[in-house]
Design a protein around this ligand. Sequence first.
Ligand code: HEM
Ligand code: HEM
Length: 226
Amino acid sequence: MNTSLDLVRVWDLPTRVFHVVLGLCVLGLFVTGELGGSLMPIHYWLGYAVLSLVFFRIAWGLLGGHWSRFVNFVPSPSAVRHYIAALRRGEHRASVGHNPLGALSVLTMLCLLALQVASGFLSDDEISMAGPWAAWAPASWVARATFYHTEIGKVLLIALLVLHVASVFYHRLVQHDDLISPMIHGDKQLNHEVPHSRDSRTPRVYALSIWIACSYAVYRLVLWVP
Ligand code: HEM
Ligand code: HEM
């Protein structure tokens, strides 16, 4: 087999833009949520943006570039076991896209973000701010959702994000595997036979249209009354 190295597009532009915008929105959500008061309308808008991004990422996991697709990174239980066993032996197995543990943390993060937004829709601070579904939902749902939003989901998200950033730096500093640069410019130096993620103008326009459709779905959800 020919093993010459080439720059291979791993993360297409929509995935990279998704990552930056999601990170900024989540940061903004923690700041506005903790400070509260007049910043709460911004908190809501950022939350709606996060939901549109989660919907987009699910669609892009089906239709996006090769390495962004779920079929190419969701690991089997045995892949996860082998990866952990290799880590324990101190072996480093570089992956093209997300490694099996990274893939699990990405999926968990998307689920936790969706739950955080859903609980935000139902939250009520009992002073002046309430999510759009708090007006019609039973009081017991609103109380549980507010508790989840402010006491559980928030803590789980912080823990996962700390783990996320720590594991990226662990790869960089201990395994000498730079994952950050490819998330910025998209490419990794790999065997040229590794499949490239398609990243031309057409899929980018396609991605923008999908995100607009996802934003419309969020708009409908915000206004939804059963
Ligand atoms: C609130 C902040 C952040 C959130 C919500 C977040 C979320 C995510 C998500 C969802 C992915 C999966 C990307 C995809 O497949 O679509 C990802 C990947 C990644 N993130 Fe973050 N991220 C955050 C901050 C950061 C920071 C600060 C760094 C840099 C230190 C970083 C570095 C990376 C890298 C390198 C990957 C790719 C990992 C791999 O190669 O498997 N992230 N992040
Ligand atoms: C990923 C998205 C979100 C994150 C990370 C997030 C995070 C937070 C945080 C950290 C707080 C402060 C909790 C505390 O006081 O200890 C908060 C409060 C709150 N959030 Fe969110 N939030 C998100 C989405 C939303 C959405 C979409 C809505 C409504 C549409 C919402 C409505 C509220 C309300 C009403 C409060 C005040 C609750 C209270 O003080 O009892 N949040 N959020």
